[in-house]
Structure formats: C-alpha cells, structure tokens
Design a protein around this ligand. Structure first.
Ligand code: 5GP
Ligand code: ZN
Length: 139
C-alpha cells in the first residue's frame, strides 16, 4: 500500500466509496465524476502504477471481472452496451497512478464518447510499424 495513494486507501476501505463489488484482489466503485450513469472503476487492491507493472495474476483476472460488471450494468441499468477504458500514462489520460479499469455504460442515443477521428496510413508505413513492434515484443 502506498500511503500517498488515494486509490490504495479506497481499495482498502479506509476511505468510503460506493462499492458495487469486492473480493480479495479488487474493489469496484462508482466514479465520482461519471462519464455516464453508472460509470464504475475496477481498482486493484495491490498498488501498481499501471497495467505494465500489475502482477500477471491480476491482469488475467481483470477482464473477466469487467465482463461481469458490464453484463450486470446491461441487466440492471438498461444500458445498451459499455466501454472498457484503461489509461496508462499521463498523455493517455491517466490522472490517478494506481491501476484501474473504467467500465462505462453506454445508452441508446447517449452522448458520443471514447471516440476518435480515424487518421490515414499506407501499407509501407503499416509494414514498417508492424516490424518495429514485432521486434520489440520478441525482446
Ligand atoms: P484516469 O483518468 O486516471 O483513468 O481515471 C481516474 C478516474 O477516477 C476519473 O474518472 C475520476 O473521476 C475518478 N476519481 C478520482 N478520484 C476519485 C475518488 O476519490 N473517488 C472516486 N469514486 N472516483 C475518483
Ligand atoms: Zn495505490
């Protein structure tokens, strides 16, 4: 636990939160600044700055937990779908440096969010990029 980390304190229950699920490894809370009605955050109980340093055991579990939360949102909130968003690093929009995954309910005719304008590329650029990334993965 990091004494200066607000999500460590929330995950441990030292700071109260609207908790919708808890087990030994995760606490799922409602976001205080929701992007949509029911926006939830899956917090690891163990402190890890981002997904790159989250223990493999937790990485493997978080996606199935997110799927369960999303299914419960569809059933209980009537959303038509949901986004899973997980920011790593300040330029990626991360503001709290303790691993968390957003589960954001999406409603028919709801506001557009989690979106981007598609850029352009070409086959040569894609091939060069793919080679570079492939090489990095083999390291
Ligand atoms: P990030 O931008 O790091 O991916 O997401 C941080 C999220 O945490 C934001 O959506 C923000 O509204 C939420 N948040 C920040 N502080 C608190 C808090 O004290 N309690 C709750 N429930 N949510 C918080
Ligand atoms: Zn923490």
């Amino acid at each position: 636990m990091d004494q200066n980390c607000i999500f460590c304190k929330i995950a441990a229950g030292d700071i109260p939160s609207a908790t919708i699920y808890e087990d030994e490894e995760f606490r799922v809370i409602l976001d205080l600044g929701p992007a949509s009605h029911g926006h939830a955050l899956i917090l690891s109980k163990e402190h890890a700055q981002d997904v790159c340093v989250l223990p493999e055991r937790l990485r493997a579990k978080v996606l199935s937990l997110a799927a369960r939360i999303g299914a419960a949102m569809k059933q209980s909130l009537g959303c038509a779908g949901f986004n899973l968003v997980q920011n790593n690093g300040r330029p990626a929009g991360q503001t709290v440096f303790h691993f968390h995954m957003h589960v954001i309910p999406r409603y028919e005719d709801g506001p557009d969010m989690v979106n981007w304008t598609p850029g352009t590329t070409n086959p040569e650029e894609l091939e060069a990029l793919a080679e570079k990334l492939h090489a990095a993965l083999e390291l």
